[in-house]
Design a protein around this ligand. Structure first.
Ligand code: OGA
Ligand code: MN
Length: 210
């Protein structure tokens, strides 16, 4: 009898885990099947057309505010059971969460993610994906949903790596970028066309004193 393949050992997931362990970030240009990337892009556009996306805030909780001079994207958080392609993505990311836990012992408990739409000209200045008062976010994961993206259209994710090295990623459909949230400052450059993504974070358990 042959053993069932273990989904945690899928080569794409293993590559992400190995990259995170050795250098703190990973880029997988062909992470999602194109049909799923198209279905997710259509879902994001539908939500935008129906007015469901809202200007993203900066900060957390009561101190959160909209500041377009810092970030100009519009977002909507994703919950399970809303749409089939979103559920498939959440399942995939849960498998990645388990693979990361197995390889890096980060104790990741959950994954939260939102659609993000940057209108032409919008950007997100250099930042870290950690809140001063909440360090549960351990690993960031951004999945891009832009078909036929040209480098001349801008919209790159710029990561600031060790030793002053900068690394730009094109927001091509189906491409996934994963990095350690507390370690890698990054920014989103303005684009000449609408830029869609699914941005998420793997979180560990909080240190709730109560
Ligand atoms: C973010 C972010 C990067 C991107 O939402 O925190 O940095 O490429 N997004 O969209
Ligand atoms: Mn970020």
């Amino acid at each position: 009898m042959r053993a069932m393949p273990n989904p945690l050992e899928h080569p794409l997931l293993s590559a992400v885990v190995d990259d995170l362990a050795t250098r703190g970030w990973s880029q997988q240009p062909l992470f999602l099947p194109d049909a799923l990337a198209r279905a997710l892009a259509a879902e994001c556009r539908r939500r935008h057309a129906e007015g469901e996306l809202n200007p993203a805030g900066v900060g957390r909780g009561a101190s959160q505010e909209v500041r377009e001079a810092i970030r100009g994207d519009q977002i909507q958080w994703i919950d399970p059971g809303q749409a089939e392609p979103c559920d498939r993505y959440l399942e995939l990311m849960d498998t990645l969460r388990l693979a990361i836990n197995r390889g890096l012992f980060l104790g990741l408990e959950d994954f939260e993610c939102h659609f993000a739409l940057y209108p032409p000209g919008a950007f997100y200045l250099k930042h870290l994906d950690r809140f001063r008062d909440d360090d549960r976010r351990m690993v960031s994961a951004v999945l891009y949903l832009n078909h036929d993206w040209q480098p001349t259209e801008g919209g790159q994710l710029r990561m600031f790596l060790a030793d002053g090295v900068e690394r730009d990623v094109q927001p091509h459909a189906g491409s996934l970028v994963v990095f350690l949230s507390g370690d890698i400052p990054h920014e989103v450059l303005p684009a000449t066309r609408e830029r869609l993504s699914l941005t998420g974070w793997f979180r560990r358990r909080g240190n709730d004193p109560f």
